[in-house]
Every structure is written in C-alpha cells, then in structure tokens.
Design a binder for this molecule. Structure first.
Ligand SMILES: [Zn+2]
Ligand SMILES: [Zn+2]
Length: 182
C-alpha cells in the first residue's frame, strides 16, 4: 500500500488469484463531498469491498458499496434517507507510457505510477462508484406531495389556500405548463 495521498494499491503485489480489500475510511467520501459542496450527509458509514484481479494490461475490479446517506428530496427538499447498495465491475486499464515511463498526456486512468510501479487509486474508484450509485431524483417518501408551486408550502406537512384543482404532484409540471400557455 502506498498511502501518501490516499488509498493506493500496488498492482505488482497482487497474487494471481487476486485480492480483496475493504475500504471503510470515511474520508474517501467525505473529503470530495466537502470539496464539491454536495448536499449529502453520510447517515450510516459507507463501506466498499473491492476485489482486484490482475490482468495483462490492467486489473479487473469487482466490488460492492453499502451505506446510507441523506439527500435533499427532489420534490420537497427535505431529507431523503437513501440506502446505498451498489455492485460494480470495471476493467482498469494501465495507461500507455512514454519512453521516460510517464503516462502519455490525455491518458485518464485510476492506475497511477509511483517509482515505476502501477498503483490502483482505490479512493478515486470508491468515490466514482459512490457518485454513480446516487439516485438521480431522491425522494423523502414515494408519495411525497412536494411543495405548492404558488406559495412554496411543503404539502406533506401543511395545506395552503392556493386554488388547486389537482393535488397529484406528478401532474404539477403539466399544470405549470398549462398556466404558462394561457
Ligand atoms: Zn419530499
Ligand atoms: Zn400554495
């Protein structure tokens, strides 16, 4: 392990049958969450199990990511408890090197070189798999009623006196459309 700037695994040290590591260091996720100012709070610690299998020009990576986060509900913006339960499988290709042993410009890879030895950047892998596992439209509850488009009140907890002929929030975008076209 090369730990100067995170979690790096020396691919040269992989036995032919591969190796499994478990990442539970929360900074792997908390550091980029803070850096990108993402509205996401870890509620149950995240954990990634990563199995690395050596291959001719890289490494086959299989794993699972679990945990629980709070995201803003896409309808009402209150906390949406979101379970993270993802499986992933990727082939990490060793980047092409120039004569001096440096990666060619433009080569994007999670495999980096340190003292000419290829290292898999597990922190980058775990972060990217986490981002992919986030739902595009989190909900606080499947039946979340959202907010009133007119006065902004949270319709899950209060009623407002705005005129409404339809309470199904799924029709709200249509209603907004017909209002605009009037
Ligand atoms: Zn909601
Ligand atoms: Zn209202």
């Amino acid at each position: 392990m090369y730990n100067e700037h995170g979690h790096f695994f020396a691919l040269n040290a992989l036995p032919p049958e591969g190796r499994e590591v478990t990442i539970t260091d929360q900074s792997v996720w908390l550091t980029p969450l803070a850096a990108f100012h993402m509205a996401c709070t870890v509620r149950r610690p995240l954990a990634a199990t990563v199995h690395m299998l050596p291959a001719a020009n890289g490494c086959l990576v299989r794993g699972a990511l679990t945990g629980e986060v709070l995201l803003p509900c896409s309808r009402c913006a209150e906390d949406a408890v979101t379970a993270i339960n993802a499986c992933f499988e990727e082939f990490e290709e060793t980047p092409a090197l120039d004569a001096a042993g440096n990666p060619l410009p433009g080569e994007e890879s999670r495999i980096v070189f340190h003292n000419n030895a290829p290292l898999l950047d597990l922190a980058a892998l775990c972060w990217e798999e986490f981002v992919l596992a986030l739902p595009p439209a989190p909900l606080c509850a499947p039946a979340c009623r959202g907010v009133c488009l007119d006065c902004g009140v949270n319709l899950n907890t209060a009623l407002c006196s705005c005129a409404r002929d339809e309470t199904d929030p799924r029709l709200a975008p249509l209603r907004a459309l017909s209002l605009k076209s009037r």
